[in-house]
Each structure stands twice: as structure tokens, then as C-alpha cells.
Design a protein around this ligand. Sequence first.
Ligand code: FES
Length: 112
Amino acid sequence: MTWYKVPDIQYTKNPFIKKVKVNGKGICLVGYEGEIYALAATCPHAGGELSGGWCKDGKLICPIHRYAYDIHTGKGDPGQNDYVDTYPVEIREDGIYIGITSFLEKVKNAFK
Ligand code: FES
């Protein structure tokens, strides 16, 4: 896994939802109850932009058809049978960092 600094954003305890691009990957960054969460930016149902949605009870709600994804695990609500990828987040002195595992690393890990 490699850690990438999120450009143009500073840590805040205020709630927010923002799409960012990190290492060429679209990520939906969510500030919720003082913590920062990173999820895939695109809804797996029909491609909605999750950053246009909102948070409710620890879930990110897609603005298109209101599917809900747990911001901790990425797991969709029961009956949706889907999920979004989640990424580890670190708050460092100089900014917010997201850990991304490359496809090659995932393949290598699968054969360990
Ligand atoms: S596109 Fe997100 S719920 Fe349908």
C-alpha cells in the first residue's frame, strides 16, 4: 500500500463531502463526526456521484436512487447486494493521506 497526500484540502472537524482525485483515482472524502472516511467516488448501482449525496446515521446516501453505503466498511444496505471500496485515512501534520493498494499489489497478496 502506498500513502498519497490529498491535494488542496485541510483537515477539519466540520462535516463535509468532497470528491478528490488521488493517484488518478476518484475518491469521495467524507468528514463525519470529526473523522475522515474515504470511499470510491462512483455508486456501483448506476454510476451516481456519491459526493453529491449526504450522510445519515453513518451511511453515505447516493443522490440518484438513495442507495446507502456504510462509511466505515463500504457495505451497501441489506438487499442492495453491493458495496463501494473504502480506503484507510491518516491525518498527518501536513495534511490528509489516503492509503491505496495497487492492482499489482492486490494480485501479489492474493497468491501469498
Ligand atoms: S446510482 Fe446510486 S443509487 Fe442508483
